[in-house]
Design a protein around this ligand. Structure first.
Ligand code: NDP
Ligand SMILES: O=C(O)C1=N[C@H](C(=O)O)C[C@H](O)C1
Length: 246
């Protein structure tokens, strides 16, 4: 049995994770911690799952690493400097692996993978994400990571920046610039989590689209990460694509 602790246990994702862990034959939920609870409650856990808030996740993760616990992190906000910081914490701790995944949806991971593959073949590429209006951050972690992967694939292939002759714009009209890739964030009542990657060139437009219809959809990926994080040869893993053999 894998002993699992959940951080953000009363939240939209954390509560779903608690249910999924309780329903898994090979896992035991040993701690459900939320805002105001002491982190010490997590010490019986082998693996801690964090779905909290970008503003608190680094403190949580530092504590887990110092305790030598394995951590599976779904909370967004992991720009490159944060990843470097986590790597430095791990270098100073003897045990415990960390897996940070911008998205645990299998389809979302495939969308990112295919976007990366397609990106060098088109002149233009932009990312449009749509989420529920209670989401704390914009753009989403998934959109940010997708843009990073697209930018890296285009840089490696020597592709020119997406053409854009805009000389006059209302602030924000062209979205955020993530490593040269435009990212647009829509906040919409009724939405859960959705993303389109739109690629254009030579008289054709290619659209990759993924829709998370509910939060249960993330659970197969979360449970897979909990099972696999313990045995990872690399102390820090970004994304579940490696676990899926992509
Ligand atoms: N990787 C993935 O596949 C997915 C990632 N996410 C990400 O997960 C994160 C959480 O999303 P969501 O569940 O919708 O958010 P919620 O706001 O519903 O849940 C977050 C929970 O964490 C609690 N919390 C805040 N601070 C702390 C703390 N210091 N210690 C313990 N608990 C704390 C909150 O309490 P309170 O409300 O009192 O502040 C709340 O109960 C976001 O960053 C989101 O982007 C979401 C879906 C999928
Ligand atoms: O806040 C959410 O809901 C989601 N957050 C993650 C993100 O920021 O990418 C994953 C998914 O998009 C749902």
């Amino acid at each position: 049995m894998i002993k699992v602790g959940v951080l953000g246990a009363r939240g939209r994702m954390g509560s779903e994770v608690c249910r999924a862990v309780q329903g898994a034959d090979d896992m035991e939920l040993v701690a459900a911690v939320d805002q105001g609870d002491a982190l010490d409650a997590l010490t019986p856990a082998e693996v801690v799952v964090d779905f909290t808030h970008p503003g608190v996740v680094m403190d949580n993760l530092e504590w887990c690493v110092k305790q030598g616990l394995h951590a599976v992190v779904g909370t967004s906000g992991f720009e490159p400097s944060r990843i470097d910081t986590v790597r430095s914490w791990l270098a100073g701790s003897p045990s415990g692996n960390v897996l940070i995944a911008p998205n645990f949806g299998i389809g979302a991971v495939l969308m990112m993978h295919f976007a990366q593959k397609a990106a060098p073949f088109f002149e233009s590429v932009e990312v449009v994400e749509t989420h529920h209006p209670n989401k704390a951050d914009a753009p989403s972690g998934t959109a940010y990571r997708t843009a990073e992967l697209i930018a890296a694939a285009r840089a490696e292939a020597g592709v020119a920046p997406s053409p854009d002759a805009t000389t006059s714009e209302i602030d924000g009209a062209r979205g955020a610039d993530v490593e040269g890739v435009r990212v647009h964030a829509v906040r919409l009542a009724g939405a859960v989590a959705h993303q389109e990657v739109v690629l254009g060139g030579h008289g054709e437009i290619f659209t990759l689209r993924h829709d998370s219809m509910n939060r249960e959809s993330f659970m197969p990926g979360v449970l897979l990460a909990v099972r696999k994080v313990i045995d990872q040869p690399d102390r820090l893993v970004i994304g579940i694509e490696n676990l899926l053999g992509l």
